[in-house]
Each structure stands twice: as C-alpha cells, then as structure tokens.
Design a protein around this ligand. Structure first.
Ligand SMILES: Nc1ncnc2c1ncn2[C@@H]1O[C@H](COP(=O)(O)OP(=O)(O)OP(=O)(O)O)[C@@H](O)[C@H]1O
Ligand SMILES: [Mg+2]
Length: 307
C-alpha cells in the first residue's frame, strides 16, 4: 500500500529547545494512525510541520509523494485539518462560515449542507457561531476540515470539548470517513479512543518517538501478559496435571477455589484452554482480559524514565 505521509529525521528547535527530535514516521494510505504523548511532548509541533504551517529545522516530509518546496498548493488540497483550537467569526452563521470555507477551498456550494448534516449541525446552521457551545464549534471545525474531501485528515485532539454522545458520534464519523478512503492522522490524550480507533500509533516523549506499532505489536514488545480467568468444575488442584509443566509453557497462574487465573502470552490463549480440555478438565466459564493501551502506555513511560 502507498504511503500517504512520510517523515524523515524531522526536527524542530525553538532557540536551544528541541521540541521535535529527529522523528521518522510512515503512514499508509487508508489507515487510522494516532500520535500519543504527554502535554508538551511535541505532537502539535509535528502536526504543524506536516501541515506546512511551520518550517522544520531539518528533515524531510513527503505527502502523497509530494514535498512542500515543490508542490505546496497541491499538498494543501490533499489535507484537511482540525486544529487544537479554532476561532470563527462570531457574527457569521454556521452556513455562512462553511460557505466561506467552500469558496476558499474551491468546492461546490451544494457540499456545505451535506457536510453540516454529516457533523450534526443541520438544525442550527442558520444560527450565529458566536452563540455555539464548545462542542458545536468543534463540529463546525470538523465540517471545514472535510469539506474538500481530503485524502489525509489530520485532527489535533478532536474529542476536546465534546460530550460523551458527541465523542461517540465523532468516532463514528472518523470510521465513516476512513471507510470512504480517507486516511486519518490524529493526536489524542484519550487512550480508550486511540485503542478503539487507531490501527497503528506512535508514542512521543520529550520530542522523540519512543514506541510505535499496532497495539498487538506493542503488547508483544513490552511483554504484557493476557489474563485469563477459567472457572472449572470441581477442585482444580485435585485434578491438576503437572503445574510445573503448565507454568514453564504458559507462565504463572493462581488457583482460588474452582477458578484458575492464568497470565499468558496473548498468542497462547487458545492453547491454554485446549491444554486444560485435553487433560479432561471441564471448563464452566472463562473471561479474557487483554492488556490495554493504558498498561502499554505506562510501560513505555516507565522505560523512558529508566533509560
Ligand atoms: N512557537 C513556539 N516557541 C517556543 N516553544 C514552543 C513553540 N511551540 C511549541 N513550543 C514548545 O514545544 C514543546 C512541544 O509543544 P507542542 O505544542 O508540540 O506539545 P503537544 O504534544 O502538542 O502538547 P499538548 O498535549 O499539551 O497539546 C512545548 O514545550 C512547547 O512549549
Ligand atoms: Mg498539542
């Protein structure tokens, strides 16, 4: 698959301060990619360089194979952008605001209504933006970001200011746009949102990318264990096969009453259950608890603190 965004050895310094430190990134066309990190990690600075809003100190950026110094206008047509904070003219209505962006981005006026509908502002499109809540302004920001049907949609903390229903709707919009072929690149502090949406992610700390890959890859890399709780009939300790053999194959486990709790590699889940069944143990119930992004993130940050 083609890479829509490639970043090579990208660096940005403000005076002596290095905000983004020799970053490398490859984002494939069609994926949902997230950039995570503490406040001040360098996410927005990276995004602004990708958008051509600030110049890198050094390094290269390719967007759909193009570079800013050659094809800056073409690149801007490819990208849609929702900034961290967006300011609109308070006296314009949502309709007037989006019509303004439609002219700016040279799209048909018919697209305005369609896009306001998509972001859930159809009912209020003739109201003044100055009277909009933060969440409504965020939706308007999204409308201007997608009005020209960008190939690459960049969202800087898109869930900020949205209520729980708004967040669910936004996630659905992101999935829909992605299914229509738009590549999504978003920054977020919300680990649950990233876990739910992103196929691949990069974690930034103090300007550097300290971990990247899919959640499964990161779980493997940081050797985080999957917890399986298995309820068996009878007293498991009486019917047990070699506990030592089990531990050396799958890792440690605990038994309490008729429940066994096993901490294994995610890839061994089915083998654990199969081994028990093969030994004639009757499984009444089981639950699987995969290590989430919260644990991965903690582990990544713990490693940063050590090295
Ligand atoms: N124009 C600037 N001049 C000086 N320092 C800057 C400038 N822009 C950003 N920085 C610094 O660069 C660092 C990275 O900032 P950035 O806004 O990229 O962080 P972030 O990861 O987006 O954080 P947040 O999660 O809070 O949005 C911060 O220490 C910030 O103070
Ligand atoms: Mg930011």
């Amino acid at each position: 698959m083609n890479e829509i965004l490639q970043v090579k050895d990208l660096e940005k310094s403000f005076g002596d301060f290095v905000a983004v430190n020799k970053i490398n990134l490859n984002i494939k066309e069609g994926e949902i990619f997230s950039i995570l990190g503490h406040n001040g990690a360098g996410k927005s600075t990276l995004i602004k360089m990708v958008l051509g809003l600030i110049n890198p100190t050094s390094g290269e950026i390719w967007i759909d194979g193009l570079q800013y110094r050659q094809k800056s206008k073409d690149i801007k047509r490819i990208i849609g952008y929702l900034p961290e904070r967006m300011n609109f003219y308070a006296n314009l209505t949502a309709w007037e605001t989006i019509s303004f962006y439609a002219k700016l981005k040279e799209v048909q006026p018919e697209r305005c209504e369609e896009v306001l509908e998509q972001v859930g502002l159809a009912d209020v499109m003739h109201r003044r933006v100055g009277a909009f809540s933060k969440g409504m302004q965020q939706r308007l920001g999204l409308a201007q970001a997608v009005i020209h049907r960008p190939k690459l949609l960049i969202l800087d903390e898109p869930t900020t200011g949205l209520d729980p229903i708004g967040i669910m709707e936004l996630k659905q919009m992101i999935r829909n746009w992605n299914q229509e072929g738009t590549t999504i690149f978003f920054s977020s502090h919300n680990l649950a949102d990233v876990e739910e949406l992103a196929g691949n992610m990069a974690i930034m700390n103090k300007g550097s990318i300290v971990a990247d890959g899919s959640l499964a890859e990161l779980q493997q890399k940081y050797k985080l264990r999957t917890k399986i709780k298995i309820k068996v009939s009878g007293d498991p300790s009486e019917t047990w096969f070699s506990q030592q053999q089990f531990t050396s194959r799958f890792g440690k486990f605990e038994i309490q009453d008729n429940t066994m709790t096993c901490y294994c590699d995610s890839r061994d889940k089915m083998d654990v259950l199969k081994t028990l069944l093969d030994k004639g143990i009757k499984i009444e119930d089981f639950s699987v608890d995969e290590p989430g992004l919260d644990l991965v993130y903690q582990e990544v940050m713990r490693n940063c603190a050590i090295f």
